[in-house]
Design a binder for this molecule. Structure first.
Ligand code: GTP
Ligand code: SPV
Ligand code: MN
Length: 598
């Protein structure tokens, strides 16, 4: 039975059902009883595998098609009325053409299948920050993931009332044919159409498609921001909590930083980190003129490999119940899960991610991986031991600092601070990172990824930078300070120079000290870099020499970063022509002048 009388919702549902022709339509009311029925059904068809109820209560395993294991950026489109609105770095097609093309693919795609109707809220139901979506899907896996990642069910429809202000999301799994796979956003229509995938970010449409691509466009129009950022609260020994947002590209450490456990001696002093969000932040200017953030999600869709008790105890703890694992390996002896980096002990009686039964020890000895590098866990946020008491706060948390970062073997120092918001916007706009397994395609190639939003901006990136500059003007002297970090600098042996993970706390403390004006800094060509004495490295055993190397700015590396004809800042900016904001161009001129004077 329909959960609403909302005419706009029902008319759209009728239209989509007429096109996809499902055998049955089922509304997802959010009740545990209904979700449990769906879990049972998915287990009976083999879509999901039940894991050990004692060791991993309420946990399930799912394997996607081998060709369907990551976001597909080359199949992702922003269909604005003109190509210019989508900008040079988004795939674009005329909306009419795209609707016509996809309508043919959707036609009859759900014959003999059930269409599930998922009402969901991004953000706490009823919060002034929150937005509503309805996802239609023929995948139980999607329903069960959305039930963890968002707030779903009847309460959401009640909160929508008879308004037509909701995002229309259609997903059909069809036959998972990569040649006909499309992930399409129509920002002006608040519409998302996804077809021929059954993997994560391609199909959990509340996440990247809505909460970033559609929301970034809405934010530009309505005066707020949707960003690919974690949100954490850092509590000091006095019990004061300051909040930090950080934007790193996919698989570059957001979940890890958001759940950081401080080094033991800092814990003993009383420092603690609270997680508000691990992937997406919606930011608005509050009544007091400061920037406030909410996490629009309700769960974590986290990278499994590399997650261990040592690296991210809190994330691992969050996966111990009511979690869905995708494309990791199964330990058949006790029906638990395993992935590279969990421990040094691959199960002998294993099923690797593609489904083959193998001896894990022999298999991995040959350099094979048991889990896909982009295998993931979908865990409820409430499971996380360090979930912030402010997680459900409908007004969000006030942000003191914004941090950008990426994977850079060279160039970017461990940390630096921008001179002001405009310079900080430039620092974000010129971010670059080595690509990871989170998206299909080559891994380890440096590419520009402004604000970690390259794959997620729902309109012209140049207009997005302009929106950042305008937000800065509105915030004035209440604007957060903007920083850049790099946990991934490497030495001549190709080893990471910085221990990372919990020790990143040391950098966060410097960042907050700078926000509070407690420490000085060294002014350099690219911004403010810490004085060695101000970075707390107690117990790290890192030499002063190595630390200065980590903080060094190599003139030639930076000139190359500006000039490189393939990956450099100038070549990147050239694509935007006259649309490049003048203030951003002025910052580039300043950087060049500063580098020449070094
Ligand atoms: P998405 O969910 O794709 O947006 O990724 P994310 O930004 O949340 O990345 P995540 O925290 O899951 O980390 C991705 C990978 O980077 C994992 O394999 C981590 O173990 C590794 N990683 C995270 N933080 C650090 C760090 O400080 N140093 C090093 N060397 N590796 C890190
Ligand atoms: C990312 O790739 O940034 C993710 C995973 O957070 S996905 O939801 O697949 O986009
Ligand atoms: Mn992400």
């Amino acid at each position: 039975m329909a959960l609403t009388n909302n005419k706009a919702v029902l008319a759209w549902l009728d239209e989509m059902a007429a096109m996809t022709k499902p055998a049955e339509i089922v509304w997802i009311d959010g009740s545990e009883a209904q979700l449990e029925e769906l879990r049972k059904e998915a287990v009976s068809t083999g879509e999901m595998i039940k894991l050990n109820e004692e060791l991993l209560p309420g946990c399930y395993y799912h394997r996607t098609a081998e060709n369907d294991v990551a976001r597909v950026e080359d199949r992702t489109f922003i269909c604005t009325p003109t190509k210019e609105e989508a900008g040079p770095i988004n795939n674009w097609m005329d909306p009419k053409e795209m609707y016509a093309k996809l309508s043919k693919l959707y036609d009859g795609s759900m014959v003999g299948r059930t269409m599930y109707v998922i009402p969901y809220s991004m953000g706490p139901v009823g919060s002034p920050f929150s937005k509503i979506g309805v996802e239609l899907t023929d995948s139980i896996y999607v329903v069960l993931n959305m039930a963890i990642m968002t707030r779903i069910g009847k309460a959401v429809m009640d909160s929508l009332g008879d308004s037509d202000d909701f995002v229309k999301c259609l997903h059909a799994k069809k036959d998972v044919n990569p040649d006909d796979r499309y992930i399409v956003q129509f920002p002006q229509d608040k519409t998302i159409w996804s077809i021929n995938s059954a993997y994560g970010g391609n199909v959990l449409l509340g996440k990247k498609c809505f909460a970033l691509r559609i929301a970034s466009y809405l934010g530009m129009q309505e005066g707020w921001m949707a960003e690919h950022m974690l949100i954490l609260g850092l509590e000091n020994p006095k019990g004061e909590v300051k909040y930090i947002c950080a934007a790193f590209p996919s698989a570059c450490g957001k979940t890890n930083l958001a759940m950081l456990i401080p080094p033991e001696y800092l814990q003993k002093k009383g420092y603690k980190v609270w997680t508000v969000g691990d992937d997406i932040a919606w930011l608005r200017i509050g009544k007091d003129g400061r920037l406030y953030a909410i996490n629009p999600e309700a769960g974590f869709f986290g990278v499994a490999p590399g997650t261990s008790e040592k690296t991210n105890f809190n994330a691992l703890a969050a996966t111990k119940k009511n979690t869905i694992f995708t494309n990791v390996a199964i330990n058949n002896d006790d029906m638990t899960v395993w992935w590279e980096g969990l421990d040094k002990n691959p199960p002998e009686n294993a099923t690797e991610w593609k489904g083959a039964k193998v001896n894990g020890k022999e298999f991995t000895a040959d350099g094979n991986k048991l889990a896909h590098p982009n295998s993931r866990f979908t865990a409820p946020a409430v499971n996380c031991p360090c979930i912030s008491p402010e997680f459900e706060n409908p007004e969000g948390v006030p942000i003191s600092a914004i941090v950008f970062g990426g994977r850079r073997a060279k160039c970017a120092p461990l940390v630096y601070q921008s001179r002001d918001w405009t310079h900080g916007t430039f620092v974000g706009a010129t971010m670059a990172s080595e690509t990871t397994a989170a998206a299909a395609g080559a891994v380890g190639v440096v590419r520009r990824d402004p604000m970690a939003m390259k794959p997620f901006v729902g309109y012209n990136m140049a207009d997005y930078w302009n929106h950042w500059l305008e937000m800065g003007e509105k915030l004035g002297d209440k604007a957060p300070e903007i920083f850049h970090v790099n946990w991934f600098r490497k030495d001549e042996n190709d080893d990471f120079m910085w221990p990372g993970f919990g020790d990143n706390m040391r950098v966060l403390l410097w960042i907050l000290d700078r926000c509070e004006g407690k420490v000085g800094a060294k002014e350099t060509a690219i911004g403010y870099v810490p004085e060695i004495k101000d970075l707390d490295v107690e117990g790290l055993g890192i030499s002063e020499e190595k630390l200065s190397e980590l903080l060094a700015i190599d003139k030639q590396n930076w000139i190359d970063d500006v000039e490189d004809p393939a990956t450099g800042i100038k070549a990147y900016f050239a694509q935007f022509g006259d649309k490049l904001p003048a203030a951003i161009k002025a910052e580039l001129d300043k950087l060049e002048a500063n580098l020449n004077n070094m």
